[in-house]
Design a protein around this ligand. Sequence first.
Ligand code: MG
Length: 404
Amino acid sequence: MLARTRSPSIAILVVAGGRGSRAGEGLPKQYRTLAGRTVLARTLRAMRAGAPDASLKVVIHPDDRELYAQCVAELDVADRAALSEAALGGATRQESVSNGLEAIAREGAPEIVLIHDAARPFADPALIARAIEAARAHGAAVPGVPLADTVKEIDANGFVVATPDRARLRAVQTPQSFRFDLIVAAHRAAAAGGREYTDDAMIAEAAGHAVHVFPGDAANFKLTTPEDFARAMDQLKQPSLASLPDVRTGQGYDVHAFAEGDKVWLGGVAIPHSHALAGHSDADVLMHAITDAVLGAIAEGDIGAHFPPSDPQWKGAASSIFLAHACKLVRDRGGMIAHIDATVVCEAPKVGPHRDAIRESLARIMGMDVGRVAIKATTTEKLGFTGRREGIAALAIATVRLPE
Ligand code: MG
């Protein structure tokens, strides 16, 4: 995953360390799903589309390693190859950006760096090209859009103090673009001065650099509120399930034996138990059954055909990689997964207390509403191998809808 071997002249730093959950669902917004893909995966795809030769680095919150790994699993191989190891964020956005810049500096300083918000997935290639060109021409540059509303400056009592000329105002977006050495030095000076700044342009300004404003793009808005997510869905013009007439059903079945250990993975959730499940990957028997059901619905073979157990790269792998790949194959055909129904068969551990956590985990990996993911559990009344507590079996059915 490291891009150390080449020294691209453009690096893109995507800042995804925020905790913002104003958009609902309790998840940081950059990890929320937008029409089947996480916001962060969409943002990374957009940045690569605009700058295919650039290296990518993401700054993540230390608590989000698992969410980030799932997001990376959604990416195409080429996009993943452009990603260097994630940097960990700090207490503020400024500190997070600084950590990311220093990590890039250690890997080999590029000529230009673009600093971009993870929650802006709609930066188009023309905007990214303008950002790169502006940084080369001016050293420091930010995209700005004219304001639709008149702006008032007010005092502490809420009275208007001034009405700035709207024609001279711009609302500033990202990617903000800089000569790398310039912004690294400016960030170091800002940190040494102990002042907090709201964006990277301000840090360049504080260091005495003229910052150029180039045309932004109204479509490149930042996802913050639930209304922003609704607007994003409109902008994506996603098909609805009802518009996909070709309804397919796939089934999956899997068994893993118990081995020594203290937890089993079911649907991406670690459940404490007296044993683990044996297997080449993390042995998530439920996720394997669901992956096979999705592959079955689109007649794409089975999990072993896509991820051969003989291939050492899948040893100990998180099974979310397999499931995310199957879901991507559905999306690549313009399809959507309408419903998953799965049953876990074992005497122990008890699945019921973990049911909703498992449903939420699967819904996130699959980019589906949790209301479309059903998980059931049963014993076999002590009969057979599951009854003798020798292992766990899982069955799954996937309903997939494809375009005509
Ligand atoms: Mg398996």
